[in-house]
Write a protein that binds this ligand. Structure first.
Ligand code: SAH
Ligand code: SF4
Length: 390
Protein backbone atom coordinates (compact mmCIF):
# COMPACT_ATOMS: atom_id res chain seq x y z
CA UNK A 1 0.00 0.00 0.00
CA UNK A 2 2.78 2.43 0.85
CA UNK A 3 4.49 2.04 -2.50
CA UNK A 4 1.36 2.47 -4.53
CA UNK A 5 2.24 5.96 -5.72
CA UNK A 6 5.94 5.55 -6.13
CA UNK A 7 6.20 5.00 -9.82
CA UNK A 8 3.59 7.35 -11.23
CA UNK A 9 4.28 10.25 -8.90
CA UNK A 10 8.07 10.38 -8.88
CA UNK A 11 7.79 13.45 -11.07
CA UNK A 12 4.73 15.54 -10.55
CA UNK A 13 4.42 17.05 -13.99
CA UNK A 14 1.21 18.97 -14.44
CA UNK A 15 -1.26 16.49 -15.76
CA UNK A 16 -4.78 16.76 -16.97
CA UNK A 17 -6.92 14.94 -14.49
CA UNK A 18 -10.23 16.09 -13.17
CA UNK A 19 -13.00 15.08 -10.88
CA UNK A 20 -16.46 15.09 -12.31
CA UNK A 21 -19.48 15.61 -10.09
CA UNK A 22 -22.59 13.39 -10.19
CA UNK A 23 -24.03 15.95 -12.63
CA UNK A 24 -21.17 15.25 -15.03
CA UNK A 25 -19.60 18.66 -14.44
CA UNK A 26 -15.95 19.08 -13.59
CA UNK A 27 -15.20 20.74 -10.26
CA UNK A 28 -13.12 23.87 -10.85
CA UNK A 29 -11.15 23.41 -7.61
CA UNK A 30 -9.91 19.98 -8.72
CA UNK A 31 -7.77 21.53 -11.43
CA UNK A 32 -4.34 23.09 -11.57
CA UNK A 33 -3.91 25.91 -14.07
CA UNK A 34 -2.38 23.42 -16.50
CA UNK A 35 -5.32 21.06 -16.02
CA UNK A 36 -7.75 23.88 -16.74
CA UNK A 37 -5.85 24.84 -19.89
CA UNK A 38 -6.06 21.22 -21.05
CA UNK A 39 -9.73 21.08 -20.19
CA UNK A 40 -10.51 24.24 -22.17
CA UNK A 41 -8.31 23.19 -25.08
CA UNK A 42 -10.30 19.97 -25.32
CA UNK A 43 -13.38 22.14 -25.82
CA UNK A 44 -11.80 24.36 -28.46
CA UNK A 45 -11.22 27.33 -26.15
CA UNK A 46 -8.18 29.59 -25.97
CA UNK A 47 -5.80 28.61 -23.19
CA UNK A 48 -5.40 32.15 -21.82
CA UNK A 49 -9.02 31.84 -20.67
CA UNK A 50 -7.71 29.54 -17.96
CA UNK A 51 -5.73 32.38 -16.38
CA UNK A 52 -8.70 34.68 -16.63
CA UNK A 53 -10.95 32.21 -14.84
CA UNK A 54 -8.28 31.48 -12.21
CA UNK A 55 -8.00 35.21 -11.50
CA UNK A 56 -11.76 35.63 -11.21
CA UNK A 57 -12.17 32.74 -8.85
CA UNK A 58 -9.05 32.94 -6.66
CA UNK A 59 -8.21 36.62 -6.81
CA UNK A 60 -11.65 38.21 -7.07
CA UNK A 61 -13.60 35.34 -5.48
CA UNK A 62 -16.16 35.55 -8.27
CA UNK A 63 -17.77 32.20 -9.08
CA UNK A 64 -20.87 33.54 -10.76
CA UNK A 65 -19.79 32.99 -14.36
CA UNK A 66 -22.22 35.65 -15.60
CA UNK A 67 -20.06 38.26 -13.82
CA UNK A 68 -16.82 37.19 -15.52
CA UNK A 69 -16.97 40.18 -17.85
CA UNK A 70 -13.92 39.40 -19.99
CA UNK A 71 -15.40 36.08 -21.18
CA UNK A 72 -17.60 36.06 -24.26
CA UNK A 73 -21.34 35.85 -23.79
CA UNK A 74 -21.49 32.44 -25.45
CA UNK A 75 -18.72 31.09 -23.21
CA UNK A 76 -20.44 32.47 -20.11
CA UNK A 77 -23.55 30.59 -21.08
CA UNK A 78 -21.63 27.37 -21.72
CA UNK A 79 -19.31 27.30 -18.70
CA UNK A 80 -21.87 26.58 -15.94
CA UNK A 81 -23.05 23.60 -17.96
CA UNK A 82 -19.64 21.94 -17.77
CA UNK A 83 -18.08 23.25 -14.57
CA UNK A 84 -19.12 23.55 -10.93
CA UNK A 85 -17.60 25.67 -8.19
CA UNK A 86 -18.85 23.63 -5.24
CA UNK A 87 -16.95 23.74 -1.95
CA UNK A 88 -17.28 21.28 0.96
CA UNK A 89 -19.95 22.74 3.28
CA UNK A 90 -18.87 24.01 6.70
CA UNK A 91 -20.85 22.05 9.31
CA UNK A 92 -19.38 23.77 12.35
CA UNK A 93 -17.16 26.73 13.06
CA UNK A 94 -15.76 27.00 16.60
CA UNK A 95 -13.59 29.72 18.10
CA UNK A 96 -11.18 29.10 20.96
CA UNK A 97 -10.52 31.56 23.76
CA UNK A 98 -6.95 31.83 22.40
CA UNK A 99 -8.04 32.88 18.88
CA UNK A 100 -7.70 29.45 17.27
CA UNK A 101 -10.62 28.55 15.02
CA UNK A 102 -11.78 25.10 14.03
CA UNK A 103 -13.85 24.26 10.97
CA UNK A 104 -15.70 21.00 10.48
CA UNK A 105 -16.39 20.11 6.84
CA UNK A 106 -18.98 17.81 5.37
CA UNK A 107 -17.18 15.41 3.03
CA UNK A 108 -20.33 13.50 2.06
CA UNK A 109 -21.65 10.07 3.00
CA UNK A 110 -21.31 10.76 6.71
CA UNK A 111 -17.64 11.72 6.45
CA UNK A 112 -16.23 14.90 7.91
CA UNK A 113 -12.80 16.41 8.49
CA UNK A 114 -11.46 19.37 10.39
CA UNK A 115 -9.16 22.28 9.57
CA UNK A 116 -7.68 24.58 12.18
CA UNK A 117 -6.74 28.24 11.77
CA UNK A 118 -3.97 29.32 14.15
CA UNK A 119 -3.07 32.96 14.58
CA UNK A 120 0.30 34.05 15.93
CA UNK A 121 2.18 37.32 15.97
CA UNK A 122 3.61 37.17 12.50
CA UNK A 123 1.52 34.61 10.66
CA UNK A 124 -1.86 33.05 10.15
CA UNK A 125 -1.45 29.31 9.72
CA UNK A 126 -4.05 26.95 8.37
CA UNK A 127 -3.73 23.30 9.32
CA UNK A 128 -5.35 21.14 6.62
CA UNK A 129 -6.62 17.57 6.63
CA UNK A 130 -5.65 15.17 3.86
CA UNK A 131 -7.70 12.07 4.71
CA UNK A 132 -10.81 10.96 6.56
CA UNK A 133 -9.28 8.83 9.32
CA UNK A 134 -5.76 7.43 9.03
CA UNK A 135 -4.31 3.97 8.59
CA UNK A 136 -0.99 4.69 10.32
CA UNK A 137 -2.58 3.89 13.69
CA UNK A 138 -0.14 5.88 15.84
CA UNK A 139 -1.01 4.90 19.37
CA UNK A 140 -1.21 8.42 20.82
CA UNK A 141 -3.30 9.98 18.03
CA UNK A 142 -7.04 10.47 18.14
CA UNK A 143 -7.32 10.45 14.32
CA UNK A 144 -5.32 7.23 14.23
CA UNK A 145 -8.08 5.52 16.20
CA UNK A 146 -10.21 5.60 13.11
CA UNK A 147 -9.12 3.53 10.19
CA UNK A 148 -8.78 5.30 6.87
CA UNK A 149 -12.25 5.90 5.48
CA UNK A 150 -11.25 7.83 2.39
CA UNK A 151 -8.49 9.93 0.91
CA UNK A 152 -9.63 13.48 0.20
CA UNK A 153 -9.75 14.78 -3.37
CA UNK A 154 -7.89 17.87 -4.58
CA UNK A 155 -11.04 19.98 -4.53
CA UNK A 156 -11.75 18.89 -0.95
CA UNK A 157 -8.29 20.04 0.16
CA UNK A 158 -8.36 23.28 -1.83
CA UNK A 159 -11.97 23.60 -0.65
CA UNK A 160 -10.97 23.65 3.04
CA UNK A 161 -8.60 26.50 2.28
CA UNK A 162 -11.15 28.52 0.28
CA UNK A 163 -13.91 28.13 2.85
CA UNK A 164 -11.64 29.41 5.60
CA UNK A 165 -10.29 32.16 3.33
CA UNK A 166 -13.85 33.31 2.64
CA UNK A 167 -14.49 33.70 6.38
CA UNK A 168 -11.40 35.74 7.26
CA UNK A 169 -11.73 39.18 8.80
CA UNK A 170 -10.93 42.40 6.95
CA UNK A 171 -7.25 42.56 5.98
CA UNK A 172 -6.50 38.98 7.09
CA UNK A 173 -4.68 36.53 4.84
CA UNK A 174 -3.66 32.93 5.38
CA UNK A 175 0.14 33.10 5.27
CA UNK A 176 1.12 29.47 5.91
CA UNK A 177 -0.37 26.05 5.41
CA UNK A 178 0.62 22.88 7.18
CA UNK A 179 -0.62 19.38 6.37
CA UNK A 180 -0.88 18.46 10.03
CA UNK A 181 -4.60 17.89 10.33
CA UNK A 182 -6.31 14.55 9.93
CA UNK A 183 -4.60 11.89 7.88
CA UNK A 184 -1.19 11.09 6.51
CA UNK A 185 -0.54 13.44 3.57
CA UNK A 186 2.02 11.16 1.95
CA UNK A 187 -0.57 8.38 1.89
CA UNK A 188 -2.58 10.69 -0.40
CA UNK A 189 0.16 12.31 -2.46
CA UNK A 190 -1.71 12.90 -5.69
CA UNK A 191 -4.38 15.14 -4.16
CA UNK A 192 -2.01 16.76 -1.64
CA UNK A 193 0.60 17.82 -4.21
CA UNK A 194 -2.01 18.88 -6.72
CA UNK A 195 -3.69 21.09 -4.13
CA UNK A 196 -0.26 22.60 -3.38
CA UNK A 197 0.15 23.39 -7.10
CA UNK A 198 -3.22 25.12 -7.11
CA UNK A 199 -2.64 27.14 -3.94
CA UNK A 200 0.86 28.33 -4.84
CA UNK A 201 -0.08 29.40 -8.37
CA UNK A 202 0.50 33.12 -9.06
CA UNK A 203 -2.99 33.24 -10.60
CA UNK A 204 -4.31 31.24 -7.63
CA UNK A 205 -3.79 32.04 -3.94
CA UNK A 206 -0.10 32.90 -4.45
CA UNK A 207 1.15 31.03 -1.39
CA UNK A 208 4.91 30.76 -1.29
CA UNK A 209 6.20 27.18 -1.38
CA UNK A 210 8.39 28.09 1.60
CA UNK A 211 5.22 28.64 3.61
CA UNK A 212 3.79 25.22 2.89
CA UNK A 213 4.76 22.28 5.11
CA UNK A 214 3.93 18.63 4.65
CA UNK A 215 4.16 16.58 7.84
CA UNK A 216 4.66 12.84 7.62
CA UNK A 217 4.82 9.95 10.01
CA UNK A 218 7.67 8.68 7.84
CA UNK A 219 6.53 7.17 4.53
CA UNK A 220 10.09 6.94 3.29
CA UNK A 221 9.56 6.39 -0.48
CA UNK A 222 7.26 9.40 -0.73
CA UNK A 223 9.59 11.86 1.00
CA UNK A 224 11.21 12.69 -2.32
CA UNK A 225 7.85 14.00 -3.54
CA UNK A 226 8.07 16.73 -0.90
CA UNK A 227 11.51 17.70 -2.20
CA UNK A 228 10.28 17.67 -5.80
CA UNK A 229 7.37 19.95 -4.87
CA UNK A 230 9.89 22.35 -3.26
CA UNK A 231 7.84 22.67 -0.08
CA UNK A 232 8.98 22.15 3.50
CA UNK A 233 9.10 18.86 5.35
CA UNK A 234 8.16 17.99 8.91
CA UNK A 235 8.68 14.47 10.22
CA UNK A 236 6.93 13.05 13.27
CA UNK A 237 9.76 11.42 15.17
CA UNK A 238 8.08 10.67 18.49
CA UNK A 239 10.58 8.02 19.52
CA UNK A 240 14.33 8.25 20.11
CA UNK A 241 15.08 4.66 19.11
CA UNK A 242 13.46 1.92 17.02
CA UNK A 243 12.14 0.14 20.05
CA UNK A 244 10.11 3.06 21.40
CA UNK A 245 9.16 4.40 17.99
CA UNK A 246 7.81 1.05 16.79
CA UNK A 247 5.69 0.84 19.93
CA UNK A 248 4.04 4.22 19.43
CA UNK A 249 4.19 4.42 15.61
CA UNK A 250 3.65 1.09 13.82
CA UNK A 251 4.95 2.61 10.54
CA UNK A 252 8.43 2.38 12.09
CA UNK A 253 8.36 -1.38 11.63
CA UNK A 254 8.08 -0.87 7.88
CA UNK A 255 10.45 2.10 7.66
CA UNK A 256 12.81 2.04 10.66
CA UNK A 257 14.81 5.04 11.82
CA UNK A 258 17.91 4.25 9.76
CA UNK A 259 15.94 4.36 6.49
CA UNK A 260 13.91 7.34 7.61
CA UNK A 261 16.98 9.38 8.53
CA UNK A 262 18.73 8.49 5.28
CA UNK A 263 15.73 9.79 3.35
CA UNK A 264 15.80 12.91 5.53
CA UNK A 265 19.47 13.51 4.78
CA UNK A 266 18.77 13.14 1.06
CA UNK A 267 15.94 15.63 1.40
CA UNK A 268 18.27 18.18 3.02
CA UNK A 269 20.98 17.61 0.41
CA UNK A 270 18.53 18.11 -2.42
CA UNK A 271 16.67 21.11 -1.02
CA UNK A 272 19.34 22.73 1.20
CA UNK A 273 16.49 23.11 3.67
CA UNK A 274 16.10 22.08 7.29
CA UNK A 275 13.55 19.55 8.45
CA UNK A 276 11.31 20.08 11.44
CA UNK A 277 11.11 16.98 13.62
CA UNK A 278 7.98 16.81 15.72
CA UNK A 279 8.42 15.01 19.00
CA UNK A 280 5.39 14.25 21.17
CA UNK A 281 6.17 14.06 24.88
CA UNK A 282 4.42 11.08 26.43
CA UNK A 283 4.81 10.70 30.16
CA UNK A 284 7.26 7.92 31.03
CA UNK A 285 7.49 6.81 27.40
CA UNK A 286 9.31 9.53 25.44
CA UNK A 287 9.95 12.26 28.02
CA UNK A 288 13.09 11.10 29.82
CA UNK A 289 16.37 13.00 29.65
CA UNK A 290 18.10 9.98 28.12
CA UNK A 291 15.56 10.23 25.30
CA UNK A 292 16.52 13.87 24.74
CA UNK A 293 20.18 12.82 24.44
CA UNK A 294 19.27 10.01 22.06
CA UNK A 295 17.25 12.41 19.88
CA UNK A 296 20.19 14.80 19.59
CA UNK A 297 22.55 11.94 18.65
CA UNK A 298 20.04 10.65 16.11
CA UNK A 299 19.66 13.99 14.38
CA UNK A 300 23.33 14.96 14.52
CA UNK A 301 23.79 14.74 10.76
CA UNK A 302 20.42 16.09 9.68
CA UNK A 303 19.96 19.87 9.44
CA UNK A 304 16.92 20.19 11.64
CA UNK A 305 14.79 21.85 14.24
CA UNK A 306 12.98 19.90 16.93
CA UNK A 307 9.43 20.82 17.76
CA UNK A 308 8.44 19.30 21.08
CA UNK A 309 4.72 18.82 21.54
CA UNK A 310 3.41 17.90 24.99
CA UNK A 311 0.85 15.13 24.52
CA UNK A 312 -2.72 16.36 24.19
CA UNK A 313 -4.79 13.99 26.22
CA UNK A 314 -7.88 12.28 24.91
CA UNK A 315 -10.03 9.64 26.54
CA UNK A 316 -8.84 6.06 26.36
CA UNK A 317 -5.44 6.82 24.83
CA UNK A 318 -3.55 5.10 27.63
CA UNK A 319 -0.96 7.92 27.63
CA UNK A 320 -0.49 10.89 29.88
CA UNK A 321 0.90 14.34 29.40
CA UNK A 322 4.14 14.85 31.36
CA UNK A 323 4.19 17.41 34.15
CA UNK A 324 5.15 20.96 33.24
CA UNK A 325 8.37 20.46 35.22
CA UNK A 326 9.32 17.40 33.16
CA UNK A 327 8.44 19.19 29.90
CA UNK A 328 10.69 22.05 30.94
CA UNK A 329 13.53 19.67 31.90
CA UNK A 330 13.34 17.91 28.55
CA UNK A 331 13.30 21.24 26.74
CA UNK A 332 16.29 22.52 28.69
CA UNK A 333 18.27 19.34 28.08
CA UNK A 334 17.80 19.65 24.31
CA UNK A 335 18.92 23.27 24.43
CA UNK A 336 21.92 22.34 26.59
CA UNK A 337 22.93 19.80 23.96
CA UNK A 338 22.82 22.50 21.29
CA UNK A 339 19.63 21.47 19.50
CA UNK A 340 17.51 24.05 17.76
CA UNK A 341 14.28 23.45 19.64
CA UNK A 342 10.81 24.89 19.86
CA UNK A 343 8.27 24.02 22.50
CA UNK A 344 4.94 24.12 20.78
CA UNK A 345 2.38 26.15 22.60
CA UNK A 346 -0.80 24.15 22.87
CA UNK A 347 -3.60 26.03 21.21
CA UNK A 348 -7.26 25.39 20.73
CA UNK A 349 -7.52 22.77 23.48
CA UNK A 350 -10.91 24.05 24.60
CA UNK A 351 -12.39 23.32 21.16
CA UNK A 352 -10.47 20.04 20.66
CA UNK A 353 -8.41 21.61 17.90
CA UNK A 354 -4.97 20.76 19.29
CA UNK A 355 -2.62 18.25 17.63
CA UNK A 356 -3.98 14.74 17.72
CA UNK A 357 -7.42 15.83 18.89
CA UNK A 358 -8.97 15.98 15.44
CA UNK A 359 -11.55 13.40 14.58
CA UNK A 360 -14.74 12.81 12.71
CA UNK A 361 -16.18 11.00 15.69
CA UNK A 362 -18.90 13.07 17.30
CA UNK A 363 -19.25 11.27 20.64
CA UNK A 364 -17.58 13.98 22.68
CA UNK A 365 -18.57 17.47 23.77
CA UNK A 366 -17.82 20.26 21.30
CA UNK A 367 -15.99 22.39 23.80
CA UNK A 368 -14.38 21.94 27.18
CA UNK A 369 -13.76 24.45 29.90
CA UNK A 370 -10.02 24.97 30.34
CA UNK A 371 -10.28 28.14 32.37
CA UNK A 372 -9.13 26.36 35.54
CA UNK A 373 -6.75 23.99 33.83
CA UNK A 374 -3.29 24.05 35.30
CA UNK A 375 -1.78 22.92 32.04
CA UNK A 376 -3.63 25.46 29.94
CA UNK A 377 -2.61 28.41 32.05
CA UNK A 378 0.99 27.47 32.76
CA UNK A 379 1.51 26.77 29.09
CA UNK A 380 0.84 30.39 28.36
CA UNK A 381 3.85 31.31 30.50
CA UNK A 382 6.26 28.60 29.47
CA UNK A 383 5.39 28.24 25.86
CA UNK A 384 6.52 31.50 24.45
CA UNK A 385 7.40 30.13 21.03
CA UNK A 386 4.52 30.24 18.58
CA UNK A 387 2.82 27.06 17.59
CA UNK A 388 3.74 25.66 14.19
CA UNK A 389 6.80 27.87 13.86
CA UNK A 390 8.42 25.99 11.05
N1 SAH B 1 -0.02 12.34 9.71
C1 SAH B 1 0.93 13.38 9.77
C2 SAH B 1 0.30 14.73 10.00
C3 SAH B 1 -0.84 14.80 10.95
S1 SAH B 1 -0.49 14.50 12.65
C4 SAH B 1 1.98 13.07 10.82
O1 SAH B 1 1.80 12.15 11.58
O2 SAH B 1 3.00 13.77 10.82
C5 SAH B 1 0.27 16.04 13.14
C6 SAH B 1 1.15 15.96 14.36
O3 SAH B 1 0.36 15.76 15.53
C7 SAH B 1 2.17 14.83 14.34
O4 SAH B 1 3.47 15.31 14.60
C8 SAH B 1 1.73 13.92 15.47
O5 SAH B 1 2.84 13.28 16.06
C9 SAH B 1 1.05 14.90 16.41
N2 SAH B 1 0.09 14.30 17.33
C10 SAH B 1 -0.78 13.31 17.06
N3 SAH B 1 -1.52 13.04 18.16
C11 SAH B 1 -1.10 13.88 19.13
C12 SAH B 1 -1.51 14.09 20.48
N4 SAH B 1 -2.50 13.40 21.04
N5 SAH B 1 -0.88 15.06 21.19
C13 SAH B 1 0.10 15.79 20.62
N6 SAH B 1 0.51 15.64 19.35
C14 SAH B 1 -0.08 14.69 18.61
FE1 SF4 C 1 -2.07 9.34 11.17
FE2 SF4 C 1 -0.37 11.36 11.77
FE3 SF4 C 1 -2.24 10.48 13.56
FE4 SF4 C 1 -0.16 8.94 12.97
S1 SF4 C 1 -0.07 10.96 13.98
S2 SF4 C 1 -2.30 8.26 13.10
S3 SF4 C 1 0.12 9.39 10.82
S4 SF4 C 1 -2.62 11.45 11.59
Amino acid sequence: MFNAYESDLSTLEPQFTQTTTPTGKVNFYSMTLEDLKGFLKGRGKEQFRAQQIFKWVYDERVTDVESMSNLSKAFRAELPEIMSFDLPPVLKHLKSVDGTQKFLFDMKEGNSVEAVLIPSEDRLTLCLSSEVGCNMACKFCFTGKQKLKRRLTTEEIVGQFMQVHDRLGEGQRISNIVFMGMGEPLDNPEAVFKSIEVLQNPFGMMLSRRKITVSTSGLVPQIKLVANARVRLAVSLNGSNDDIRSKVMPINKKYPLKELLEACKEFCDQTKDKITFEYVLLKGVTDQLEHAREVVRLLKHVPSKINIIPFNEHPGSGFERPSDEQIEKFHTELIRLGAHVLLRRTMGRDIFAACGQLTTVTDRPETMDISNSKIGSTNERHFSSGQLSL
